[in-house]
Design a binder for this molecule. Structure first.
Ligand code: 13P
Ligand code: SF4
Length: 306
């Protein structure tokens, strides 16, 4: 089936099934272009919560984002077009690891990045995203905090808040964002001396130090809009550049390292999106016993002003 025909069929099915197509900022351009909403890791679930008429949410993203959508929208059917679209970082933190850390730091609250599985979220005090991590940490009446699974994000939040964040596990990381190196940024800066650099907080401390701005994907979109720079070097998954270019056609965006692709985000194709809608697969369900605790941790995060 050609692309135009496929797009038409997806739009037709979407209408029939009262479905919403939600796409993370790292999705392929053609998926972003057909989506009802494009956003960061939690914006999409929140948007879906306001869409009372939608019966089905097709989540073009990775496992933990679809799980969050299912937890926050229990009355809707949540579909993940590719079951194998898993965030490797979310898999790095197990419940056993959280329990083990708690035995060493029994008084420390547990803050988990939304890039975790629901089973882990059920064991935390509050969740955070890379957009609100500083505000969430500052909202806690504690100076020592257990934080997982991203060690780089833990370091970033510790720098910003002056608090002690104990990473769980000690070594958690995003395999895509660790590929950004300050050396590559330095080469690009020589080529484009007037460019500004923005990177995701999942990048290493050395890479963050080479940047003018550090923020989540939604914050980078905002920074790019407000910036007067004509050229912006971007240290995050290359999918974001499609949105940045569409929203800012007069600016030039250069990815800081072309090999930094999240293979899991790219598993969703138009063909798989079509099959997901047609066959109503793969339904993501979180058992209520787990969902109840994970929901509380997510809702606490929503109460923090950011
Ligand atoms: P954002 O919340 O900034 O979109 O990040 C999600 C993610 O997976 C980053 O790698
Ligand atoms: Fe996970 Fe990294 Fe991919 Fe984001 S970019 S979904 S953190 S592997």
């Amino acid at each position: 089936m050609n692309k135009v025909k496929l797009t038409d069929k997806i739009l037709q099915l979407k209408k029939e099934k009262k479905a919403l197509i939600l796409a993370h900022n790292y999705q392929r351009p053609e998926i972003q272009d057909i989506a009802d909403y494009i956003g960061d890791s939690i914006e999409l679930s929140r948007k879906a919560m306001l869409e009372k008429d939608a019966e089905t949410l097709v989540f073009c993203a990775v496992d933990f984002m679809a799980e969050s959508a299912a937890i926050l929208n229990p009355e809707k059917k949540v579909l993940l077009p590719t079951l194998g679209a898993r965030c490797p970082m979310a898999q790095m933190l197990t419940v056993d690891e959280i329990k083990r850390a708690k035995t060493h730091y029994p008084d420390a609250p547990v803050v988990l990045y939304v890039n975790t599985l629901a089973t882990s979220k059920a064991y935390c005090d509050i969740c955070c995203t890379s957009a609100n991590v500083v505000e969430v940490i500052n909202s806690l009446d504690a100076d020592t905090i257990l934080f997982g699974p991203d060690r780089n994000l833990a370091e970033y939040a510790a720098e910003k808040t002056g608090k002690t964040l104990i990473p769980i596990p000690e070594w958690g990381f995003c395999p895509t964002h660790v590929l950004f190196q300050p050396e590559d940024i330095a080469v690009l800066k020589q080529q484009y001396p007037d460019a500004v650099v923005m990177v995701h907080p999942e990048c290493s401390a050395e890479t963050r130090r080479a940047a003018d701005f550090v923020g989540s994907t939604s914050k980078m979109c905002h920074y790019a809009r407000e910036s007067t720079a004509e050229t912006i070097i971007v240290g995050t998954e290359e999918g974001l550049l499609h949105r940045l270019r569409k929203e800012n056609p007069e600016k030039r965006f250069i990815v800081a390292y072309e090999g930094a692709v999240c293979p899991n985000m790219k598993l969703t194709t138009l063909e798989r999106l079509y099959a997901a809608l047609k066959e109503e697969k793969h339904v993501i369900k979180v058992p209520e016993a787990t969902a109840k605790h994970a929901r509380t941790a997510l809702e606490k995060m929503f109460l923090v002003k950011s």
